[in-house]
Design a protein around this ligand. Structure first.
Ligand code: NAI
Ligand code: MG
Length: 494
């Protein structure tokens, strides 16, 4: 029995025997019956079970997706009808929003208000992509006399969508993008957060997406994820996660020269110039690192502050950080939730030790909490230099590293001195500074006097080790389609 005050719908969903794979419109267990625990990170306890897939399950899902694609039940549907069904998907998601949100709080340990944001983000993404099917145009290039050529924009085929734990329902927008372009999709959610993937598929079928056009496979990345990447029947992979896994996926996908799109996190610089609104910057910097307990790819985890304002900035951060309420995402007074797993807590804790060993100063926090669940104090390091591992490596936990700079050139130099390039923040009241610095930063996104804004029409993705390929916006339509040139001999039309 679950103790939080959750909706009846969430309670009954949570009581399901298994969160299975979804293949051909059916929620099914693994063929060999294996299962895995679904753990609530706020309590460190198992709350339900998910299917743990094997190669035979992957074969089954891929065969179903292949068939759906080749039969054209979805791909060849009237584009207006596709749009209507996709739009219905967001309506149904919003009708079940409490159930979906509550399950993600339990599964991922996220805060309740944040999950509301991710549900809206998903619904907005679905709405945006639901407008595309009637607007994906081909083109007619110049051609030699007596020929006419049309370039059609066609789907790629079966897309494997491999996703992380930090915003399980957010990926519904990416599912919609892949469907809007006529592809079939197989979603492999993170093994830490299997629950709402099943609900996404149920919502999709209710909205009229044909069975097989959207399948779900549950299980670890090293087996199920890797089998999906290697499978002959999967045409492209869209992945969000860590650099080592992204790199392994790109290498494995090269064997069948598959397209891959990789969103691999970052160590984003959050730069505060002396003329910035310091209180606003300090508040945003905290949201950028404490939000989702630091488990977000755009975490502004390297905070670069001009030396003349460092004391003022630090005081503002400490004021917000000291005494933060830490606890379950269901408690409305909670400001910081758990990290997703005991492995992740170990990882965060080991980085805090690395920071101490490297000679950085713990200005606040520094310890895990000695309570059930996977909680770590919000931790602020000062005296950080950019060569330290806590300044270079993605921690994915509530750890802020504060670095100092003396002038604009040094700020840009430090900001760019990283293998990552996902995002950056620039805080200044001077327009010229903001434009010069944003032009100089090597990052896929720059936010000026704001942070972590996202919108369905705005593309999102990284440079350098943060990956390649773009999510959101019209850029995804290009990524999810390819061009087919059809030549017709016309005879002499003069
Ligand atoms: P991960 O990159 O290994 O896992 C992400 C997804 O990839 C999961 O669905 C997983 O099952 C799958 N996967 C793992 N190995 C695979 C393989 N060989 N082939 C195909 N799929 C595979 O990340 P992990 O181990 O969960 O987290 C470790 C660190 O990675 C985090 O501390 C964080 O620094 C980073 N990370 C970054 C994310 C981001 O949003 N950019 C998301 C998740 C993790
Ligand atoms: Mg979980």
């Amino acid at each position: 029995m679950y103790n939080y005050p959750i909706s009846e719908a969430a309670r009954s969903t949570l009581a399901r025997e298994i969160f299975g794979h979804v293949i051909d419109g059916q929620v099914v267990p693994s063929l060999d019956g294996r299962t895995m625990d679904i753990v609530d990170p706020a309590r460190g306890e198992s709350v339900a079970r998910a299917a743990l897939g094997g190669e035979a399950d992957v074969d089954r899902a891929v065969a179903s997706s292949r068939k759906a694609f080749d039969d054209g039940t979805w791909r060849l549907l009237d584009p207006q009808d596709k749009e209507r069904r996709l739009r219905r998907m967001s309506q149904l998601l919003l009708e079940r929003r409490d159930e979906v949100a509550e399950l993600d709080v339990i599964d991922a340990g996220l805060l309740r208000w944040y999950v509301d944001f991710t549900v809206d983000f998903a619904a907005n993404g679905i709405d945006y992509y639901s407008g595309w099917p009637t607007k994906i145009n081909g083109s007619i290039p110049p051609a030699p006399p007596n020929f006419s050529v049309r370039q059609e924009r066609i789907p790629i085929g079966v897309i494997g969508l491999i996703t992380p734990w930090n915003g399980p329902i957010s990926v519904f927008g990416s599912v919609a993008a892949a469907l809007a372009t006529g592809n079939s999709v197989i979603l492999k959610p993170a093994e830490q957060t299997p629950m709402t993937a099943v609900l996404m598929a149920e919502i999709a079928f209710e909205a009229g997406i044909p069975p097989g056009a959207f399948n779900v496979l549950q299980g670890p990345g090293s087996s199920v994820g890797a089998a999906l990447v290697a499978h002959r029947g999967v045409d492209a992979i869209s992945f969000t996660g860590s650099v080592p896994t992204g790199s392994a996926i790109q290498a494995a996908a090269s064997k069948r020269v598959k397209r891959v799109s990789l969103e691999l996190g970052g160590k984003s610089a959050f730069i505060v110039f002396p003329d910035a609104d310091i209180e606003a910057a300090a508040a945003a910097s905290q949201m950028a690192v404490w939000g989702t307990s630091g488990q977000v790819c755009t975490a502004g985890s390297r905070v670069l502050v001009h030396s003349s304002i460092k004391d003022q900035f630090l005081a503002a951060v400490l004021k917000g950080t000291e005494g933060m309420n830490i606890g379950s995402g269901f408690d409305p007074s909670t400001q910081l939730g758990p990290v997703v797993s005991s492995e992740q807590l170990e990882r965060v804790s080991s980085y805090v030790q690395i920071g101490r060993d490297e000679g950085a100063t713990v200005a606040s926090g520094g310890s895990r909490l000695d309570i059930p669940g996977y909680f770590h104090e919000p931790t602020v390091f000062t005296g950080v230099t950019n060569d330290m591992r806590i300044a270079q490596e993605e921690i994915f936990g509530p750890v802020m590293a504060i670095l100092e700079f003396e002038d604009e050139a040094e700020a840009v130099q430090i900001a760019n001195d990283t293998d990552y390039g996902l995002a950056a923040g620039v805080w200044t009241s001077d327009l010229d500074t903001s434009q010069r610095v944003s032009a100089a930063l090597h990052a896929g996104t720059v936010w000026i006097n704001s942070y972590q804004m996202v919108y369905p029409s705005v593309s999102y993705g990284g440079v350098k080790l943060s990956g390649h390929g773009r999510n959101l916006g019209a850029a995804s339509i290009d990524e999810l389609t390819q061009i087919k040139s059809v030549w017709t001999k016309t005879g002499d039309a003069r």
